[in-house]
Design a protein. Structure first.
Length: 399
């Protein structure tokens, strides 16, 4: 009812006695506690009246019907860890045996998952077996997942992490990128481009190769202490997407000692197990975060980050929801060539934000989300801002 105006309800063929009317309206006013605009109650238990525009019980009940962050997760969980790390198998300058590294990752760093990716150039068959035995021993579904991989480490072309294979290789046996790509394809491996630009040839300028497009699922936008906010590796991300690669961004420890930064690779999965994390990798449901706990939802309809969606030309409305313990300051929707498709500045100290940007699409295109927040809880170096970047959603025009 607006402006506190009450309208008597007339019953046809019935009358009310005066005393019953008084009891009815008195009980009504008591129960509603002044919800009617312009009719504040002086009897509120907290001593405060509900004024026009304030959030009384009826408004709160209405709000409770709106979607929540939990509703938008579709029952998925958010798991934080590292897809790139080393033990003494990689060399004497590295701290920690496989067992010691995995103990640190689980118990001290607090990762949900950790992949041991020692340099292929240093692995011998006995050590490859030890890596499997140890990662199997440490894996407990729902608690901690460890996996074995290796890093193909070419001093000029670049480094690549390789996952989910029964065997390994290295840049000595396969010194040419095309030969390595053939090996990856043959073994149906999952792979990740590491720290792009650190080695001079940058994977032959990130040239697209159709034969291994399904194998390469990720590229590091953060590595060691150089996270997204540092700007060291993040600029390569739109470049590789424009080349045609469908990769998700990651933010890995690449640790050679038992020390962790705040940076995390986050995977969105139905549960914490090897099978569900490998599924998240294959579907690119991954984002790169400078913050160790930030939860990010980025969807188009029911399709999560990493998906391809087919639709006719017209409007595409995304669902963005971010939740953390630090103030979120800006949301940016990026598209081809690093162009900004939409952005939203967040005022105040909000730690949970919902945004539904709508954009017009008329051709095949991709969009990904970048989140910025103030770094107030876990101070990471001298960077005052922490950044998270999601995998894109690719839109294909319906024929």
């Amino acid at each position: 009812m607006a402006d506190g105006a009450f309208r008597a309800v007339q019953g046809e063929g019935r009358t009310m006695r005066k005393t019953m009317s008084i009891v009815f309206w008195g009980l009504f006013l008591f129960l509603t506690q002044g919800l009617l605009s312009g009719c504040p109650s002086s009897g509120s238990s907290n001593g405060s009246a509900v004024r026009a525009g304030e959030e009384g019980p009826a408004f709160q009940a209405l709000q409770s019907q709106a979607p929540t962050f939990a509703d938008e997760t579709d029952g998925m969980g958010f798991f934080f860890g590292s897809l790139h790390g080393h033990s003494t198998i990689s060399g004497k300058d590295v701290q920690g045996s496989p067992q010691e590294v995995l103990t640190w990752a689980r118990d001290e760093a607090g990762f949900d998952f950790y992949v041991l990716t020692d340099h292929g150039e240093g692995i011998i068959p006995r050590e490859w077996k030890v890596m499997q035995v140890q990662t199997d021993a440490f894996t407990q579904d729902g608690v901690f997942v460890a996996m074995r991989g290796f890093e193909w480490s070419h001093p000029l072309v670049g480094h690549v992490c390789v996952y989910n294979t029964d065997t390994y290789t290295n840049s000595i046996l396969l010194p040419f990128l095309n030969c390595f790509y053939r090996w990856v394809d043959k073994h149906d491996a999952l792979t990740e481009f590491n720290h792009p630009g650190r080695e001079p040839l940058v994977f032959q300028n990130l040239a697209y190769r159709e034969a291994v497009a399904d194998n390469f699922v990720a590229m590091e936008t953060g590595n060691k202490a150089k996270g997204n906010a540092s700007g060291e590796y993040l600029p390569y991300y739109p470049n590789i997407l424009d080349e045609g690669w469908r990769v998700a961004p990651t933010n890995n420890q690449d640790n050679h000692s038992l020390n962790a930064t705040s940076h995390r690779t986050a995977m969105v999965a139905a549960s914490l197990s090897r099978a569900t994390l490998l599924d998240a990798m294959r579907t690119r449901r991954i984002y790169s975060s400078d913050d160790p706990t930030m939860k990010v939802i980025f969807k188009l309809g029911d399709a999560w980050m990493g998906s391809e969606v087919t639709q006719p030309a017209g409007s595409a409305t995304f669902t963005v929801w971010v939740q953390d313990d630090e103030p979120i300051t800006k949301l940016t929707l990026y598209t081809v060539q690093g162009a900004v498709a939409a952005e939203q500045t967040i005022d105040g100290d909000q730690t949970e934000v919902n945004w539904t940007p709508a954009v017009d699409v008329s051709a095949d295109v991709y969009f990904y989300l970048q989140v910025a927040e103030r770094n107030t809880v876990f101070i990471d170096g001298n960077e005052p801002v922490q950044i998270a970047v999601t995998a894109p959603i690719w839109i294909k025009m319906a024929e």
